[in-house]
Design a protein around this ligand. Sequence first.
Ligand code: NAP
Length: 256
Amino acid sequence: MMDKIVLITGGASGIGLGTVEYLLEQGGYVPVSFSWGAAHIEEAKETLRMNYGDAADKALFLQGDVSSGADLQKLYEELDTRFGHLDGLVNAAGIIRLGGVEEQTLEDWERCFKVNLTGMFMMTKTMLPLLKKGTDPSIVNLSSMASERVGGSIAYSAAKAGVDAMTRYLAKDLGKYGIRVNCVAPAAVYTNIYVTSGDYTQEGYDKWSEDKVSLYPLGRIGYPKKDLAPMIEFLLSDKSSWTTGGRFLVDGGISA
Ligand SMILES: NC(=O)c1ccc[n+]([C@@H]2O[C@H](COP(=O)([O-])OP(=O)(O)OC[C@H]3O[C@@H](n4cnc5c(N)ncnc54)[C@H](OP(=O)(O)O)[C@@H]3O)[C@@H](O)[C@H]2O)c1
């Protein structure tokens, strides 16, 4: 069987990177990451080389901004030339800035929507011609527990509720092409998101993560490759061939 070509936005860090690693370990996939900063890309490449040796060369790391039409067009052309189709798209690129209505500025709100929701819409729209040519194509969007419960950021919660609604809409829209669309809604997962945003120092984030543990029935927060990637891979694969339009909580039981 041919390897599945899967584009993973935000694949150089956190849940996206955990997914790239898991797909490499499973075999049968060519993971293609598309993310913003050069620093995480270099770190990710080093980590993969250390952990997987030559097998790491199967993963591609491309750089660009999901909220830039020009970058998306360039990405489309590169993937069309290299592969001519896509079998999967994981929309994991995301940002946060903590704060409620009094703390957040219009700029915070607009940036959050531009990356987390509009970027997801534009990426999906741009890649659609390639997905239509894929085999059993599947899209997995990263939502959040915060789309249904109050989280730490008003813009983030609202944008993620948009992700849930867009996922359902796309499932109806794209079923006629055999393209499935689902979203995964994690609770706290140990990644770089709050340190990158400047909301926490690394030490502050580590302490915050430890403090959260007691809230979880399973007694711990989540980890990208161990806890999120298997659910994402399940939704990408034929194992979920009659599943579309779903929102899957991966939350250590905190919502129970
Ligand atoms: N961590 C959690 O607790 C949690 C919980 C629920 C949902 N989520 C969701 O899971 C997804 C992954 O987040 P994460 O926690 O893994 O965060 P992360 O470690 O910060 O990874 C996010 C990735 O997205 C990339 N990115 C950000 N803005 C981008 C842009 N404009 N264009 C292209 N790439 C961009 C980042 O690029 P850089 O490498 O340059 O930083 C990074 O590679 C997000 O959608 C997030 O909302 C996370």
